[in-house]
Write a protein that binds this ligand. Structure first.
Ligand SMILES: Cc1cc2nc3c(=O)[nH]c(=O)nc-3n(C[C@H](O)[C@H](O)[C@H](O)COP(=O)(O)OP(=O)(O)OC[C@H]3O[C@@H](n4cnc5c(N)ncnc54)[C@H](O)[C@@H]3O)c2cc1C
Length: 389
């Protein structure tokens, strides 16, 4: 069937069940079967067919407005989209462009930047990576030291980023750079777009616990970038960085990872024939109830967004709770799998039984996008009124 048979003038006008059925049909007719439930984060070349299938159907960017090539879904439809993708085991494609940078450009980018970059994200021509963290600036991001100095019509960039996911696959990197060393640390930061093929950019892969080179160090040695590659105002990058982290926390706080882990936990119980045993059912039901709670909270927050009201620190709670639940489910899967949990490869080559991979992914989820301790600090200070350290 031609991919454009999934396009609708207004997806939000569909009933929830009707939209859910459309998403399921889209997935079953377009998702490459060999990429379903991948045991690791896929590289660009591996995910390419799936990226292009979503791109061709106009299904890549559910949250973007229609005018920029997105689906224009309201938050409740986005939730259905995410749930169905997770239940199906849809592979995650390199998504920093449409998930993080796109919404930022739509809000803060110049018309030239929107016209140049947004269509190329949608078409798959540009894959982006995120250059925020540095060796001594992770949780304390505002301490970043990579600097950009204006020289005529160009910025000259020197410094280092680290933990940059899929940097070796990316065409472009969006970076936080220091553009005023004399200002207070949050005030001298700008948001800069840098082509990865610029002379002076070096990428050194880091091998993770899964023995995969998912992220890298990125070095900048006198890299020259046009002056207009700044998004927003010079020295105002921190405001945008925070906004972008907000988008990221909503994404990371959606129930998708915990829901997926729970359905795999049940599959694991069936594999070992314990799915009817009381001990299993007790733990499983507890997780299900927690997931239901989380889904309610996520829907409430999605509703706030839909009504155009600002989000508060509860976004941190979403991320904290979702990743914690994902971790507890993954830990129980390890308990259930016993010695089988020691294999890095999926049990019996069944990708839905990738216990060790799930466990390690769940550890990482409490680190990226702001660690658990950082989310707790935010909640302690902003909701409970406790003093900052
Ligand atoms: C899988 C993965 C992918 C990533 N991808 C990217 C990417 O694409 N781009 C990017 O820029 N970054 C990326 N990161 C980096 C990530 O954002 C950082 O790891 C994270 O912000 C934590 O920073 P850090 O590693 O420097 O740890 P640190 O900030 O040094 O923290 C170390 C420990 O100290 C705790 N801690 C720190 N400060 C406080 C405090 N004030 N109060 C209490 N506890 C504290 C932390 O919670 C943590 O447990 C990725 C990380 C992972 C794991």
């Amino acid at each position: 069937m031609a991919p454009n048979s999934y396009a609708r003038d207004d997806y939000n006008a569909l009933g929830d069940d009707e939209f859910r059925i459309l998403v399921r049909r889209f997935l079953s007719e377009n998702h490459p079967p060999e990429l379903r439930s991948p045991p690791k984060r896929l590289h660009r070349h591996e995910a390419h067919p799936w990226y292009m299938a979503m791109s061709a159907a106009g299904w890549l960017a559910p949250a973007w407005p229609r005018q920029y090539g997105g689906m224009g879904l309201d938050p409740s439809k986005q939730l259905i989209y995410v749930e169905e993708f997770e239940n199906f085991g849809a592979a995650r494609v390199p998504d920093h462009g449409f998930m993080l940078l796109g919404p930022l450009l739509i809000n803060y980018g110049s018309e030239e930047q929107k016209n140049l970059f947004l269509p190329k994200i949608i078409s798959g021509e540009h894959i982006w990576c995120q250059g925020y963290s540095e060796p001594n600036a992770g949780s304390d991001l505002a301490s970043l030291r990579t600097e950009a100095v204006l020289d005529g019509d160009e910025w000259v960039v020197n410094g280092q980023k680290t933990w940059t996911t899929l940097a070796g696959d990316a065409d472009w990197i969006f970076c936080l750079v220091r553009t005023d060393k004399a200002a207070k640390k949050q005030e001298g930061i700008s948001f800069l777009l840098i082509p990865m093929n610029s002379p002076g950019v070096t990428v050194k892969p880091i091998v993770n616990l899964n023995l995969e080179d998912e992220f890298s160090e990125v070095f900048f040695d006198n890299v020259r970038v046009p002056k207009d590659n700044i998004v927003g105002l010079i020295n105002q990058g921190w405001t945008m960085a925070k906004r972008l982290l907000g988008f990221e926390r909503i994404f990371l706080g959606s129930p998708r990872q915990a829901a997926n882990a729970l359905s795999k936990l049940y599959g694991l119980a069936v594999h070992y024939g314990v799915e009817k045993q009381e001990t299993f059912l007790d733990r499983y039901t507890g997780f299900r109830l927690e997931l239901e709670d989380h889904q309610c909270l996520f829907s409430r927050i999605a509703d706030t967004l839909r009504q155009g009201r600002p989000l508060g620190p509860e976004v941190s709670f979403l991320k904290l709770h979702q990743t914690g639940l994902f971790q507890r489910i993954s830990e129980y899967a390890v308990e259930l799998a016993g010695q089988d949990a020691g294999y890095l490869d999926p049990i019996d080559s069944n990708r839905n039984l990738n216990v060790a991979g799930g466990f390690m992914n769940s550890r990482a989820a409490t680190i990226y996008g702001g660690t658990t301790q950082v989310q707790k600090n935010i909640l302690a200070q902003s909701l409970m009124g406790l003093p900052a350290k």
